[in-house]
Design a protein around this ligand. Structure first.
Ligand code: SAM
Length: 339
């Protein structure tokens, strides 16, 4: 099948509709793989448009499923398409599409788990840009499976912090869908209801742009929640310039008691005997009011708290590996075995 490339749109030869593809290959949606298919071409195009200019770009799509978004991507004339799909039942329909556009787009179909796939391996080396340059001609796009979206985002943020994987090529942009609540958390600013660990972590490395909502009714089968479309562009400089794991630990513990004074969460960074004293020192060094609630702390203020924590653990290295949850488990196991 020959595909014709126009100025800004690739016209594909006629293909069966996504609905027919699902019927043809008997693709009953699997709940365990968070399969909710988007059928409406207008919405599929809208997601891809949110990614901005992708003509001649290398595009990696996560979870293409029957290929609805994939078709919209192809129409924009990317140079190369990398499709990562865990469910092998979709391979024939993706191969059908790859064959239909083989004259204009080079398509790699990878049947595998996004959490175990080294995307960078499939990205041509010549797209590499400097970190401070505008983003490289590489885009990650996906109507993500709900079951992996948050884990994936945290992993990708760690890769961004290390300029690793798809970010070894520069500030690779992402256009992704999340459960509406998760998307709102990622974008939540100081004092907003959804503000949480994910807000601080995401905003520390990326500009988060909440684009639009998609109602659950647009998917087949209909999920119980609506969906939010978000674009993420890595920042040239993170707000907190410290190692990912240190920031994650401080932010996680501070948000562990969301409704309490934030110092209560910060105390859990230290062993019981020194907890109150050390957390107070940390707050004094950072010049943060201990009675502030976690969602009232700005990203830059979290930065000062992380710097203060780093100074404390440099002075007292014995606190560095303190793990509140593990210590609590050991304590309660000890109490359970007491006569
Ligand atoms: C919400 S559906 C989206 C399907 C399609 N892109 C659409 O918009 O209609 C999520 C897709 O991700 C796939 N998937 C689930 N877990 C995955 C994983 N760990 N790695 C790669 N793909 C995965 C599912 O099989 C499914 O095709």
């Amino acid at each position: 099948m020959a595909a014709v490339k126009k100025a800004f749109q690739v016209r594909l030869p006629p293909l069966p509709s996504i609905k027919d593809v699902i019927k043809l290959y008997k693709l009953r949606a699997l709940r365990e793989l968070s399969q909710n298919f988007l059928m409406e071409p207008r919405l599929l195009d809208k997601i891809v448009r949110a990614a901005g200019h992708i003509e001649n770009h290398v595009v990696c799509e996560v979870g293409p499923g029957p290929g609805g978004i994939t078709r919209s991507i192809v129409k924009q004339g990317p140079r190369k398409l990398i499709l990562i799909e865990k469910d092998p039942r979709f391979t024939p329909s993706l191969e059908l599409l790859a064959d239909a556009c083989k004259d204009v787009v080079d398509v790699d179909i990878i049947t595998g788990d996004i959490l175990k796939t080294d995307i960078a391996h499939f990205i041509p080396k010549d797209v590499k840009c400097e970190w401070t340059d505008p983003p490289p001609p590489v885009n990650l796009i996906g109507n993500l499976p709900f079951s992996v979206s948050t884990i994936l985002m945290i992993r990708w943020l760690e890769m961004i912090s290390k300029k690793d994987g798809p970010w070894a090529f520069g500030r690779t942009r992402m256009t992704l869908t999340f459960q509406k609540e998760v998307a709102e958390r990622m974008a939540a600013r100081i004092t907003e209801k959804q503000r949480c660990r994910l807000s601080v972590m995401t905003q520390n490395w990326c500009i988060v742009n909440y684009k639009f909502d998609i109602p659950g009714s647009a998917f087949l089968p209909k999920p119980e929640v609506d969906v939010g479309v978000v674009t993420l562009t890595p920042l040239k400089q993170p707000i907190i310039k410290l190692p990912f794991k240190l920031i994650e630990k401080v932010v996680r513990q501070i948000f562990s008691m969301r409704q309490k004074y934030s110092i209560r969460g910060a105390q859990t960074l230290f062993p019981e005997e020194v907890r109150e004293e050390m957390a107070l020192t940390m707050y004094k060094m950072a010049e943060i009011d201990p009675v502030t609630r976690p969602f009232q702390i700005a990203n830059g203020e979290f930065g000062r708290l992380c710097e203060a924590y780093k100074e404390i653990i440099t002075k007292y290295p014995e606190f560095e590996n303190y793990d509140y949850r593990a210590a609590k488990k050991i304590k309660s196991a000890g109490e359970a075995t007491k006569p």
